[in-house]
Design a protein around this ligand. Structure first.
Ligand code: KG4
Ligand code: ZN
Length: 354
């Protein structure tokens, strides 16, 4: 691989079609352009992502996004030296559309196709803002995952804790739905919580007093559903909705921050990275900021647009893998996979198509 490579990155694992063009150099990566087409409005009326609709929309959107990206950056496909694509985990139909389309582009350009683990993209996204601290503890909080991972190097990840049931983002989404606040729930709860009293409703802090670093959010969701069942009039009182939204946000943020800081202490690591869509939450950011400052831990937060799903993080992860000398499988020897463990699982390739 040349010392400077133009990478086209593709992300389509859920409800965002995203492309990015990156210049990978030995001394770092420059994002030359990125664009994203969100399907949120399309899925909002169903209250969540509909897999078939997502796949069809990726298929419709990706070619036009590529035209827009190339026009924005002012180059054509002849300068692309490699294509990186999210190979999993995610919605299978959505992934298959992205992988097949990326494979076609890579074949047309005669360049390698690099499969990237979606969570590795989130894990390394902080590097897009500058230096990626190693070793670090990463709190990865998205709609589908809540993990604490020790990152010792590229491809060297150790799972420290994970949710035993719902992910934090899922909890935000389900609570927002119960409150009639719309989808996606995280930003909706955050907006409703502005000015609310986060101490008014005593919601559980699941697992916080238990040893270990695992999470559980289904009890919190159930507590909110019982509260609304027993006091349905709360939904019609804007001040109560604001207080309840703030209390939900407070409970989730306290659990996430408490566990993340405990993980840093336990591992003896003073760099904490937070990634994934929920990392955009202001209350969580503020709580982590204060907790890290009190303990001498440096907090690394990707830009908000690189916390939620995006293609720049996929290109960045691919570039770091290339730089680390990790192998790239032959272009046609692997396929998308809906399930793919981050730590200790097999690569999406090596044994032919699955
Ligand atoms: O990482 P992401 O964009 O997609 C997945 O890979 O899942 O995360 C989406 C999740 C959703 O559950 C959404 O409600 C949540 O991130 N989210 C937020 C905020 N922005 C997005 N949660 C809390 N506060 C936010 N500001
Ligand atoms: Zn994601």
């Amino acid at each position: 691989m040349a010392r400077s490579t133009t990478l086209l990155a593709v992300e389509s694992s859920c409800d965002e079609s995203a492309l990015a063009l990156l210049q990978g150099r030995d001394d770092g990566v420059v994002v030359r352009g990125e664009c994203i087409a969100s399907q949120i409005d399309l899925h909002a009326r169903f209250g969540g992502v509909v897999p078939e609709v997502a796949a069809r929309e990726h298929l419709r959107t990706l070619p036009a996004l590529l035209d827009r990206l190339l026009a924005d950056v002012g180059c054509d496909l002849s300068s692309v030296g490699a294509v990186a694509v999210t190979a999993g985990p995610g919605l299978l139909g959505a992934l298959l559309v992205g992988v097949s389309w990326a494979r076609g582009v890579a074949a047309a350009c005669g360049v390698p196709l690099i499969p990237v683990h979606h969570l590795e993209g989130h894990l390394l996204a902080a590097g897009l803002a500058g230096r990626l601290p190693l070793p670090s503890v990463t709190l990865l909080v998205s709609g589908g995952h809540t993990l604490l991972v020790r990152v010792d190097g590229i491809g060297r990840y150790r799972l420290l804790g994970q949710t035993l049931d719902d992910a934090a983002g899922e909890c935000f989404d389900k609570c927002a739905r119960m409150l009639g606040l719309g989808y996606p729930g995280g930003p909706a709860i955050a907006a409703a919580a502005a000015g609310g009293d986060g101490c008014r409703f005593a919601l559980p802090r699941p697992m916080l007093r238990k040893p270990g670093l695992d999470f559980s959010f289904s009890g919190l969701k159930t507590a909110v559903s019982y509260l609304l069942r027993d006091r349905p009039a709360l939904r019609d009182d804007p001040a109560a909705v604001a207080d309840l939204a703030a209390s939900i946000e407070q409970a989730i943020a306290e659990v996430l921050a408490g566990r993340a800081l405990a993980a840093c202490t336990g591992e003896g690591i003073d760099d904490l990275v937070v990634a994934g869509g929920v990392a955009a939450n202001r209350r969580l950011r503020a709580m982590l900021g204060a907790g890290c400052a009190a303990r001498g831990i440096t907090l690394h937060l990707p830009e908000v647009r690189h916390c939620t799903d995006n293609a720049a993080m996929i290109g960045y992860a691919a570039w770091r893998r290339l730089q680390a000398g990790l192998p790239v499988p032959p272009r046609d020897d692997w396929d998308a996979r809906a399930r793919w463990p981050l730590c200790g699982g097999p690569a999406p390739h090596g044994g032919g198509r699955r």
